[in-house]
Design a protein around this ligand. Structure first.
Ligand SMILES: Cc1cc2nc3c(=O)[nH]c(=O)nc-3n(C[C@H](O)[C@H](O)[C@H](O)COP(=O)(O)OP(=O)(O)OC[C@H]3O[C@@H](n4cnc5c(N)ncnc54)[C@H](O)[C@@H]3O)c2cc1C
Length: 475
């Protein structure tokens, strides 16, 4: 998706009627509705190779305004599905992995005290019945059995376990450098006949037949693969899956970074036992860790052991504070620290808000454009039946494959500042801003939480959903 940055005035500028197309840029993309920071990961393992592993459950309270969870499944079904997924993802729901980190304890304690104080003083929402909560972040990770200093973060490889290693099963082959190009659907639009796979090294194409075909190429690419096979199977997108690409959602994102307050760190230096818990073994005590660190490294002005785990906490989504939050450390490019600041003193705050699922937020595909992986030219079928802006996208023939190049329009929540103001308040309770990392809205799409473009529905209402509860599409 093209960047929103203007080109430098002294450099080459494309003519107004011929915008850049290189790098999968959709020349029809309106800059104002572009998710400029959205991206797809094209490696084995996908985004799990660099995700943050934060896995809080969606907020569910159907009777209240901010219900996040769809009614596609009953509460019992959701519970069962969450439990299964949390098992597969090794989600640490109780926060035990980070429970003994000195900084985890410090951030939790200071935020809890500050939230209680806020509530006492009346710094709260109208009708708020209890102090705001702070909890350990549910994280998809576990400590490695043989070395407690290491954490194994969940990813595709850790989920597949032995299957991720070549030749461990006659029934399972994981291939790199191979791309699913399309699925051939029969003329009745009922059945997949075969899948075409391209070897990206030799450019050779071969077909695969199966009882079931599952496409899981990430949000935008899965929708793109579907759009492509609809075109190539000479079906009409409008009748086969009219909701494809629509109802796109993405979270808006606010960000800042603080250095912990002087007083908090001094307290750890002088009275680390304030962070001890009655049930602690001697090794678990923060006081033991801090005193031992001081002994080993008297030259270090910071009391936190070098191997102390980063803080990983959040304020759970609630009716009064309807934002997903991450109060932690993470290694994104935009969070890089100045070299004169010890990273052990830094806490990142990321607050995410939801946008409504509406048909007018969508991905479209432009025939005639290709992305880096679209090798096989084909005869595209002009559909030309839409009255939406997507009409033009399908009007050409003899074109290369349609590739998802998003033309996305996302109306932001009515007041994105509420989420940023809330983050600013929490940040002010912890420390002071790192220059350059003061509160800011991040570029649209940066959350990389795009959903909805091949959404599931309860009924067979093709206008509103692409697949059924089991993720199955018409063919
Ligand atoms: C930096 C970052 C942090 C994140 N943090 C969190 C978080 O804390 N919590 C959370 O819930 N989510 C987070 N996310 C989002 C989360 O990682 C994604 O929602 C999730 O990984 C999507 O999984 P997926 O399998 O649907 O798609 P992907 O992870 O995108 O995987 C799709 C795979 O399909 C492959 N593929 C695509 N097209 C083809 C094709 N034609 N043929 C063959 N293969 C193909 C791709 O190469 C890729 O391997 C984060 C994402 C990023 C990038």
């Amino acid at each position: 998706m093209p960047s929103n940055h203007p080109a430098p005035p002294g450099g080459f500028q494309p003519p107004d009627d011929k915008p850049f197309i290189y790098g999968n840029h959709n020349p029809d993309q309106e800059i104002k509705s572009n998710l400029a920071a959205a991206a797809a990961t094209r490696v084995v393992g996908g985004m799990s190779t660099h995700w943050s592993c934060c896995t809080p459950r969606q907020y569910a309270n159907a009777s209240l305004h901010h219900n996040e969870r769809s009614d596609l499944f009953s509460p019992d079904e959701w519970e069962g599905l969450y439990k299964d997924c949390e098992k597969i993802f090794s989600t640490d729901t109780t926060g035990k992995v980070f429970a003994d980190s000195v900084r985890q304890r410090l951030v939790m304690k200071k935020l809890k005290e500050a939230f209680d104080e806020d509530f006492r003083k009346g710094v709260k929402k109208d009708g708020q019945k209890a102090a705001r909560q702070v909890s350990p972040m549910p994280l998809a990770c576990k400590q490695t059995a043989d070395n407690k200093a290491y954490i194994e973060w969940t990813c595709t490889a850790s989920i597949l376990e032995k299957l991720a290693e070549p030749n461990t099963s006659p029934n399972f082959t994981l291939m790199s450098q191979a791309q699913c190009d399309m699925l051939k659907i029969d003329a009745a639009g009922q059945k997949v006949e075969w899948a075409s796979i391209v070897d990206l090294v030799s450019n050779e194409e071969y077909t695969v037949t199966a009882k079931k075909y599952i496409i899981c190429g990430g949000a935008t690419l899965t929708a793109g693969i579907m759009a492509k096979f609809v075109f190539k199977s000479e079906l009409a997108l409008d009748t086969f899956c009219p909701a494809l690409g629509k109802y796109l959602t993405e979270q808006t994102m606010s960000f800042c970074q603080v250095v912990l307050k002087q007083g908090f760190v001094d307290e750890v230096i002088n009275t680390p036992e304030h962070l001890d818990k009655p049930e602690d073994t001697p090794e678990q005590k923060s006081s033991t860790k801090v005193i031992e660190h001081k002994k080993q490294h008297p030259e270090d002005p910071v009391p936190f052991p070098f191997e102390d785990f980063d803080p990983q906490v959040y304020t759970p989504y609630s009716e009064d504070y309807p934002w997903h939050t991450q109060i932690h450390r993470d290694a994104f490019g935009y969070g890089e620290l100045p070299s004169n600041i010890d990273p052990r003193l830094v806490v990142d705050l990321r607050f995410f808000a939801q946008v409504e699922a509406v048909a007018t937020n969508y991905i479209s595909w432009k025939l005639g454009s290709t992305d880096a992986f679209a090798h096989i030219p084909f005869q595209a079928v002009a559909q030309g039946q839409r009255t939406s802006p997507r009409d033009d996208d399908r009007a050409s023939s003899n074109s290369p494959p349609p590739i998802p190049i998003s033309s996305i329009s996302i109306p932001y929540p009515s007041n994105p500042w509420t989420q940023t103001r809330s983050m600013t308040h929490v940040a002010s309770l912890l420390g002071d801003y790192i220059p350059g990392a003061e509160p800011q809205h991040l570029a649209p799409g940066l959350a990389l939480h795009i959903c909805g473009v091949y959404r599931a529905g309860k009924t067979d209402n093709k206008e509103e959903s692409v697949v059924d509860r089991a993720g199955k599409s018409g063919a």
